[in-house]
Unconditional design. Sequence first.
Length: 587
Amino acid sequence: MIPLLSALLSLATIVPFPQDAPAASAADLILVGGHVVTVDAQTPEAEAIAIRGDRILAVGTSQAIRALADEHTQVIDLAGRLAIPGFIDGHAHLKALGDTKQMLDLTHATAWEDIEQQVAEAVAKTPKGQWILGRGWHQEKWNSPPNSNVEGYPTHARLSALSPDHPVILIHASGHMCFANAAAMRAAHVDADTASPEGGEILRNPDGTPCGAFREKAAGLIWDAYEAPASGAEPESTQHAVHLAVQDCLSKGVTSFQDAGSSFETIAILRDMAESGDLGIRLWVMVRDEPERMAKKLGATKVTGAADGFFTVGGIKLILDGALGSHGAWLLEPYSDLPESSGLNTAPLEVARRYADLAIQYNMQLCVHAIGDRANREILDVFEANFAKHPTKASRRWRVEHAQHIDPADIPRFAELGVIASMQGVHCTSDGVFVPERLGETRSKNSAYVWRELLDSGAVVSNGTDAPVEDIDPIASFYASVTRKMPNGKAFYPEHCMTRAEALKSYTLSCAYAAFEEDAKGSLTPGKLADIVVLSKDIMTCPPEEIREAKVVYTIVGGKIAYQATQQSAPTDSNHPTDSKHPADSK
Ligand SMILES: [Zn+2]
């Protein structure tokens, strides 16, 4: 009873559609003639779906569903296409995704010199003194290391000469490192005498001067200098960024978004947007802020199912270590390619324990970023000790964000403790190429992205992209989850693959579960929210290599068409012109 009760309480404002209610009116929208995969074990497949208001009315054969239509019902003929529950990205960063859309895109650079060129072009069209931002560089994606480098990372001299009057910040693809030019370091008052902060590292030239690369917490030194003058414009720039991000999500079939950490200020803006109908996507948010502000502000910020089920603040976010690519992941044993380091612990365990108590106090989920095997073990220990202190039969569904490298001894603990492994399929294939360098063969094989073992042990694995670290595209992450094929065509330990049914569940129902929302969404079940995606290709049955060709044809949020592809729109015998207006535009 307790798990059900707590789930119902947490969904107090999302009332399931009464199954036996008399048909007050016909369906508003029906989708017929398709391959419907419901992620509901009761009725796993169907041909058609009926929607009334923002809820699913029925799923079944086309004939049965057509019988629920009248002359006012909009009809979409799926023409054999696949319809599935809307994708829920279980871990991504909404504002940062929108911010990134306004920065230089460094993800395609194959050499550091390409990036210098991109910055030089931006300098030519940017007023002097204005900051230039870029995101997405990754030293492992370059064909050769920069001519002048420290541990493979570039040094700033040439970049600084190209941009003497513009402070430049270039964010690493992982988000766990940044690169600054001389003007940015000047603005941040960083020089040879600046010590590395705890949980971070200023990489240095042999003469002790900063080389330009700032790892983990050290990147904050540069960010503070950037954000200080920019803070006045916050609400408008946040709204703009969110509009860009939501547009991107809807075009890729993401109907719910679990935001992996926003400040109290950003959360207030997001809630305003949701309540004025200006969000367009369902949002479940983790609070990430300064430890001393948490205790004071959490109580007033936590909310469940506000704005007609579009807005929930349910998690507390803590970052315990860094990323593997930047040698920041906190490991049990040293890095194979940096033997003097076992990575970085970016927050004291004492803070993790304090947050665990806060999570109990406010009945929230603690969501802790842990990538390295040491970080995973330490946080499982913290969770376990807290659960022992506050025993309950129900799973608290606390989450390990990324859970990327898990020592085999710790794998069964996720299921035993009821802890969610909030993973990102596409990280495996993006990073797989350098994982063996960092960890060696044995650790790579036995501990890296072990979702097969986690699922087999009974753990709940949710999926996502960590956008803007990766593209928000669920298809890419689904493909990675079921093939583990890297861009070079090789599969990264394919014995750990998920099945397609598991991958779809990890991206829908399991994400809903990971937020106590499985009674409202995550499957195409009568009474649940009508959040649906129609794809151009049947990713559940097509040859594996064709999965990546799938495009979103319709994204439906709460029974409304929120996105419709223009080029290949499905044949429709609609009685009404389709409303393809982006909800973010309908203020
Ligand atoms: Zn993240």
